[in-house]
Write a protein that binds this ligand. Structure first.
Ligand code: A2P
Length: 315
């Protein structure tokens, strides 16, 4: 298994288990299956609403003692309603309590978007705080404090475009160690990857298999399937692998981490086995040609008339 390296020498497994949309009642089992089958990287977030269940799995597995806490990389994310300086560390402490952990390996600012503290998910323009009211640097300074206090080992961001990274980097020498963004063959983000690499920022790709935030109606309209893509399936056949494994391998081979979500035992195992073969140059060229800047996670739910979050990605 490939790993991503951090400046202090820490390593993170390139393939982790995603938990976005993993249902309560299923997620604890998924985490236990993953850990007992060799996963050592679990990706969580407060807003997924399932951290307490993930925490029950951690408590059970680490309590048994076969797998140690320090052998597993755990990431979580600060939700958009806790960007104000007084709210960051309390939100992190809640996540630690839910996950039943003393520290996180990595904590990310989930989006460069701020909501008012009592808003879980915005419905109107007034539910937001602007980035003038809560600048990203205000939130970032608290993330640095969390690291200094030993609550987290590494800090980073998620859903940050080059522009947003530059904005933050103008105000601090303490760069994010990670940017977690949507990445797959339809959204290859080569410029962003190059920018991150030049600045020593690791990248994790989410929605590697193409699950997103569109409603079923919108999907029927215009959402292409990655898992059914003929090029991906032809390459899968050639390697005797599944389409999912090709997509995961592609991410891993590009030097990013990748966090496929599954609560199904067979697919959890299958996804980790993607580490076991190599895509060749011809495969990589064919996949490179699939790029069409298509986002499964549009961020459109943050754009409301009268707020300041239009074109969050600027592309
Ligand atoms: P399930 O949990 O039933 O396995 P993404 O990681 O892009 O968000 O995609 C997750 C979605 O893909 C989930 O619906 C998950 O369903 C499904 N999935 C996970 N692994 C595979 C796989 N190897 N092949 C097909 N579908 C998969």
């Amino acid at each position: 298994m490939k790993t991503l390296k951090f400046k202090n020498g820490d390593h993170m497994d390139a393939i982790g288990l995603g938990t976005w949309k993993s249902e309560k009642g299923e997620v604890a089992n998924a985490v236990k299956i993953a850990l007992s089958n060799g996963y050592r990287h679990i990706d969580c977030a407060a807003t997924y609403g399932n951290e307490a269940e993930v925490g029950e799995a951690f408590a059970e597995v680490f309590g048994k003692g076969d797998i140690k806490r320090e052998d597993v990389w755990v990431t979580s994310k600060l939700w958009n309603n806790a960007h104000k300086k007084e709210d960051v560390i309390p939100a992190l402490k809640q996540t630690l309590k839910d996950l039943q952990l003393e520290y996180l390996d990595l904590y990310l600012i989930h989006w460069p978007v701020a909501f008012k503290p009592d808003v879980s998910f915005p419905e109107k323009a007034e539910d937001f705080l602007s980035l003038e009211e809560v600048p990203l640097i205000e939130t970032w300074k608290e993330m640095i404090k969390a690291k200094e206090q030993g609550l987290v080992k590494h800090i980073g961001v998620s859903n940050f475009s080059i522009e947003k990274l530059e904005e933050l980097m103008n105000d601090t020498d303490h760069l994010p160690e990670m940017n977690q963004v949507e990445l797959h063959p339809y959204l290859q983000q080569n410029k962003l990857l190059e920018f991150c690499s030049r600045n020593g920022i690791n990248v994790t790709g989410y929605s590697p298999l193409g699950s997103g935030d569109r409603s079923d109606e919108m999907k029927a309209d215009d959402e292409p399937s990655l898992l059914e893509n003929p090029v991906i399936n032809k390459i899968a056949k050639k390697h005797g692998a599944s389409a999912g494994q090709i997509l995961i391998k592609w991410s891993e081979q590009r030097g990013t981490a990748v966090i496929p979500k599954s609560t199904n035992e067979g697919r959890i195992k299958e996804n980790l086995q993607s580490a076991g073969f190599q895509l060749d140059e011809d495969d990589l060229k064919q996949i490179a040609d699939l790029d069409d800047h298509f986002r499964y996670v549009t961020g459109k739910f943050f754009e409301m008339e009268g707020n300041s979050y239009e074109n969050i990605y600027n592309d």
